[in-house]
Every structure is written in C-alpha cells, then in structure tokens.
Design a protein around this ligand. Structure first.
Ligand code: SAH
Length: 388
C-alpha cells in the first residue's frame, strides 16, 4: 500500500499543508510558474515530465531540478494531496478506495476489473469510477452521496490524483474512466473539464477521450456547454424516471430542469457528437419500475438513439428503498428490447460496491465526528412530500 503522506515526502524540502496539487497543472500553468521564478523556459518541460511521465511522488525526488527550484516549487505546490485511507474488495472483483483529502474530508473511488456489461461495452478494460465533489448538493432520494449534503468541489488535481494513486497502488493502468463516484461533475464544470484535459493529454495521463464518461443527474445548461467542449468524451444521464411526476419524486433536480428541457439539451449534444448517449435507470421497487415507465423510457431513448443501462437498486444503509424481483426487472428490460432499444440489465456483484459510492465516506466522516449522522428517516417518504 502506498503510505505516502505530505509529512513523509516533505523532508528536507518542507511543503506546507493544503497547497494545490501538482497533478492539476497544465503546461501553461507550469510555464507561468517557471517564468515567475526567473528560471529558464526549458525547466517547464522537465517539471511537466516529473509530474506526469515519471509521476514523481515528491518534489524532493525531482533530481534534475536545482535545489532552489525545488524549494520554490514546494512553497507553492504539493506532489500529492490525497492519501489512501482504506481499501476494500479484492483484485478479482471491485476494489473501493477511501481517499483522505488534505482538509481531512474523504472521497471514494472504485476500480472495476474488465467487465462485459460496462458503459460502452468495453469488456477488456479496467474502469475507474471517480468522484468529482465531496458530498453532493442534488439530494437524489435514493443515493448515499448526498445524505450528508454538499461540502465542496474537488480540484482538478484531486480528480487526476485519484487515477494516479489507484494506478500506483494496483500496479496497473486504468483505461476507462467514469465520473460516477460521489458528486455532480457538471456542477464542478471547470475543475472537471480541466482534469479531463490532463487525463486525456499525451503529456498527461493519456486516456482516450472516448474512454471517459461524464455522468450527470441532468443539468441541462451544462450539458449544452459540455457538448461544445472539444474532447469526444461520452455522456451518461442518471434518468431513473421516464415521466416528470416519477422523476421529480426521487430527483429534485427534475423540478429545475424537467424532462422536456433535459431532452432538448440531449438533442443538442447529439447534433454535436456521433457517440450514443447512455441513459442510466435504477430500478426501485414500486417507485419507477412500472411497465408504463418502461414504455415511456423506450420512447424517450428512441427519440435520441440512446442506450439504456438498467441497474437494480442497491440498498443504502438508512434508506428503505429496495430492488424489484428479477421477474419484474426482466419484464422491464423486455419492454425496451421489444421497442428496439439497446438495453442492458446489470446484476453483477461489482456494481453493488460501485453504485453504493458515498457510503464508505459517510461512515468514516460520521465515525470521526466530521459530520453528524444524517437523519435519513426524514428523507425517505415516497411521494411529493419527499422533495419539498
Ligand atoms: N451526479 C452524477 C454522478 C454520480 S453517478 C449523476 O447523477 O449521474 C452515480 C450513479 O449511481 C448514478 O447513476 C446514481 O443514480 C447511481 N446510484 C446512486 N445510488 C444508487 C444505488 N443505491 N443503487 C444503484 N445506483 C445508485
């Protein structure tokens, strides 16, 4: 296990706590730092290589840089701003990493081994499910991430570092990324897109744009903005309801951006991109699993040529929702298939851990007294009252 902490990497060049991470810097940022420090321009390339190509775990280790440049760098930045606090799961299944941030908060990231039923059908790819925020402000009624509310956005460095830390720990490359961990990526637009640029760049981490998926609860204006973003990343929508009444019950964001507005934004996305959009649909018993919803979902999916991923709901501690029986799950899928929609139903174990992202962090922060234990009893009423 990588047990690097700022204290362990600092001596003798001492880095103060809470400095921005080097893994959030672009070549332009580095060139600006080098110019400010009065150093020759070629130093910028060296620093860039230490950060990304060589993945230096400390500034001290950047041996081709002068001592004074390393000191100047360590005054402004830190090589690592996360530490791995806990790993659960196993190599053959899904491994979940609890990562501690410099301010003592936690986020989760989940490594999913090659899996045939994944987004984009990348069967031979190792997927990492990354977080974009600490907590979440969107308050989806079924989700653990938002239970304790929203704390803050992650920086670009904290996002990129999730991949770098997991790769170092696992000793293997990640080749597929999904922004399906904690948080709403499109509510942290500038840091997420900056991280995507770094993750994609040849000088950076080198993951193909088509192997990165941003998942959103449906922030229509930001979907349009992302459609104009130059990299050919994929888009997934957490839909979970095919009519406004059903969706608004479990996703308050739907009151702000109802389905008509969301699907107009998706049409705009389609006009800019060739790749199919994925509609994620959790099946929750008695809430959104009625076959009438399946018929409406089929219509909506066909309208934008989207694929549908059905996910039986994973129980969250403190929430009462359950998944429907397998017969109902199959019947729901069959309605989609009969309507000519590409639909998958994922029942594999790994996703039980992945989709429950947020729970580990919730437990840890509650145990440490960082947050009060959330009071889920107040939040689980099915019906219009639940979203007030
Ligand atoms: N906020 C973004 C990114 C988070 S994605 C979004 O909503 O898309 C996390 C995914 O896991 C979402 O599709 C979410 O709806 C799903 N999810 C959350 N809790 C779940 C649970 N208990 N069981 C199954 N899926 C869940």
């Amino acid at each position: 296990m990588q047990s690097e902490s700022p204290a362990a990497t600092a001596a003798p060049i001492t880095a103060a706590a809470k400095l921005p991470g080097l893994l959030g810097l672009s070549p332009t940022d580095i060139a600006a730092f080098v110019a400010e420090s009065g150093e020759p321009a070629f130093r910028a390339k060296q620093i860039l290589e230490w950060i990304y190509a060589k993945r230096a775990i400390s500034i001290e280790a950047m041996s081709s840089l002068s001592k004074s440049l390393r000191v100047a760098l360590a005054e402004k930045f830190t090589a690592r701003c996360l530490t791995i606090a806990k790993v659960t799961g196993s190599e053959d299944t899904t491994r979940k990493f609890l990562l501690k941030l410099q301010d003592g908060r936690y986020v989760e990231t989940v490594l999913i081994p090659a899996n045939p039923a994944l987004y984009g059908g990348d069967s031979d790819r190792r997927t990492l499910c990354v977080s974009s925020q600490v907590g979440c402000a969107y308050d989806c009624k079924f989700c653990a991430s938002g239970l304790a509310g929203f704390t803050r956005n992650l920086t670009a460095a904290e996002i990129v570092e999730q991949i770098v830390q997991v790769e170092a720990y696992a000793g293997e490359r990640v080749d597929n990324l999904v922004f399906m961990g904690m948080g709403e990526p499109l509510a942290n637009y500038s840091n997420v897109t900056k991280a995507i640029e770094i993750l994609n760049a040849e000088w950076g981490i080198g993951i193909g744009a088509r192997h990165m998926t941003v998942s959103t609860s449906g922030l229509a204006p930001q979907i349009r903005k992302l459609a104009d973003f130059p990299l050919q990343i994929r888009l997934a929508i957490s839909l979970h309801g095919a009519s406004d009444d059903v969706r608004s019950q479990i996703m308050p964001v739907n009151q702000k951006h109802p389905l008509a507005e969301l699907f107009e934004a998706l049409q705009y996305w389609r006009s800019k991109r060739k790749q199919h959009i994925t509609l994620e649909y959790i099946l929750i018993e008695g809430v959104n699993d009625m076959l009438e919803q399946a018929r409406l979902l089929a219509k909506r999916a066909r309208g934008i040529h989207a694929k549908v991923n059905l996910i039986p709901y994973n129980t969250v501690d403190g929430l009462q929702w359950t998944r429907p029986g397998e017969e109902q799950q199959d019947a729901f899928r069959d309605v989609l298939l009969a309507a000519g929609v590409t639909a998958t139903l994922r029942r594999e174990k790994g996703h039980d851990i992945a989709a429950a992202c947020g729970q580990l962090r919730l437990k840890q922060e509650t145990a440490e007294g960082i947050i009060e234990s959330p009071v889920p009893e107040k939040r689980i009423t099915i019906g219009a009252g639940a979203v007030s």
